[in-house]
Design a protein around this ligand. Sequence first.
Ligand code: ZN
Length: 288
Amino acid sequence: MRFLLAMAAALTVVAGTTRAGEVRIVAAENFYGGIAQAIGGNDVEVTSILSNPNQDPHEFTTSASTAKAVADADIVIYSGIDYDPWVDKLLGTGGKPDRTVICVASLIGAKPGDNPHIWYDPRTMPTLADKLVTVLTQRNPAKQFFYQVNAGEFKKAMDPVLVNIARLRASFQGTAVTATEPVFGYMADALGLKMLNYDFQVKIMNDTEPGAAETAAFEQSLRSKTAKMLFYNSQVTDPTTERLKGIARDSGIPVIGVTETQPPEYKSYTDWMQAELKAVEKGMKGAD
Ligand SMILES: [Zn+2]
């Protein structure tokens, strides 16, 4: 199965033959690729590297097809701050002389050591949309208005997400929650939630074993129902996270499934975020 998925990914990467003037964009993560497609329309051919919902992006390793995609790209978009260090390596091996590289972390001023899941910050994608307008306009000045309109459409689609965040924040601000891994962290901040067991989550993210005391404190936050909700990252799992999910269920704490990459059932970033916010609201209403 893994082999088949790898084959499918490889085919996606090599399949495109660009038309004259078409801009090749490689996005390290599929949610950035989705925005690039939305802004660039038919002027761009987008390849997203990380899109497999069953794969841990923190453990991704590159293949020859990934290297070729990056080498052939006109624009490379990646998250940065060690979320996708393989991109830095591939960028160092050459590429097109006029290539544009967009490091989203640099764009929004995130620093090494910050929670790297920056696309969960509701401010990130609108900033990237503006940057894409600038970068695409440099390559095709006649299309500036087209890119601006597309960016405007994206921001319009973000509006209900922001309204939803404000509404949920008004109701649930200050509620203590926890998570197996920090993927939802920035959205939890935007919602005003109080995140417990952060150091534990970072260790799971980095695939290091949390300490016994940290694990005990995590379990206690579930058993005592101090945490009102558990965010469960289904892409970064191990026996410890599985066990914590079981404890949450046994303790009657809502478990909210969250993912690193944009799942294929959502056609846009905003649909994906709305679905996760809906799950949060449902969980909060079910929590006591
Ligand atoms: Zn993660």
